[in-house]
Design a protein around this ligand. Structure first.
Ligand SMILES: [Zn+2]
Length: 293
């Protein structure tokens, strides 16, 4: 039976992904026996049907190196043509001391592995590492912009030095405006009580977007707030969107920053169409103006 050439390429491609997926699960250490670094083509059933215009595989498979006596990290990095930062970034449990039998993950090229944290978006990650979203998607064979908490992404070209700081440190600046309109009431004391958010007035039905990526923890009626959505962004941050006329998310759902979640309304204790936008940090309301660009 004759397979067209493109088909054979796709098989090898899927084989590489399978090996990659396996590599994440392998702890660095001497416990597991050495395995072959090559994988046979995946069985026919595992081949995902792809259009003939599917891009070429964007990388080679991630490999493993079993440390032998006398190996040093620098030797290993040089052997595989990567730098030592890349080698160490891929093996966070490994210090300068390596032992015969240790298994090291060898990335196919310079870069780091980033584990997606709560609230991260692909844009945040790309921005933090100074690489294009499309570059990350291609390197990880992703078709979608969605990322899942805990997902490990290979960031080609990124340097280890930035790996641990870049994304986490940029979290505060990650809020975006949740809607368009006029600020009709600021954060602060009004009529003897704290107005715990800002009011943004516009027409009923104006789009309301998630101000930052996160997980929906409330979607429904909430007393004086009327129809309300609340999103947990991690790091102690929760945002609240009140007086909505309608909402399009449900509790537990993960949303991206800028994703439309609701429509502006006039429900609950509201004197006119507006969005009440509130941000809490560790349970305390903070002025959203200090977080918005
Ligand atoms: Zn308000």
């Amino acid at each position: 039976m004759n397979l067209p050439k493109i088909k054979a390429k796709q098989w090898a491609y899927v084989g590489g992904i399978a090996l990659l997926a396996g590599a994440w699960a392998i702890p660095v250490g001497p416990k597991t026996p050495p395995e072959s670094v090559t994988m046979p083509p995946a069985a026919g059933k595992q081949v995902v049907e792809a259009p003939s215009t599917a891009p070429e595989p964007s990388r080679e498979a991630i490999r493993k190196h079993i440390v032998v006596a006398g190996d040093t990290l620098i030797d290993i990095a040089q052997h595989y043509g990567i730098d030592i930062e890349t080698l160490m970034a891929a093996n966070p449990g490994v210090s300068e001391l390596i032992h015969p039998g240790d298994e090291l993950v060898i990335l196919p090229r310079k870069g780091v592995i980033y584990q997606v944290d709560t609230g991260d978006t692909l844009w945040d990650i790309a921005h933090a590492y100074g690489v294009q979203v499309e570059t990350i998607k291609a390197a990880n064979d992703k078709n979608s912009d969605d990322v899942a908490v805990g997902e490990k992404l290979f960031i080609p070209g990124a340097r280890w030095a930035r790996a641990n700081t870049a994304v986490a440190r940029s979290s505060v600046s990650r809020f975006i405006w949740p809607t368009r309109g006029e600020i009709s009431s600021p954060f602060g004391w009004r009529w003897g009580r704290l107005h715990a958010g800002i009011d943004i007035a516009n027409d009923i039905g104006t789009y309301v977007m998630a101000a930052r990526a996160g997980r929906v923890i409330w979607a429904g009626w909430r007393g004086g707030y009327g129809y309300t959505v609340m999103i947990d962004h991690g790091g102690g941050y929760v945002s609240l969107y009140g007086h909505l006329s309608d909402y399009f998310v449900e509790r537990g759902q993960y949303v991206r920053a800028g994703q439309r979640i609701a429509s502006m309304g006039n429900t609950g204790n509201s004197t006119g169409p507006h969005l009440h936008f509130e941000v809490q940090k560790d349970g305390q309301p903070v002025d959203p103006m200090g977080l918005l660009p």
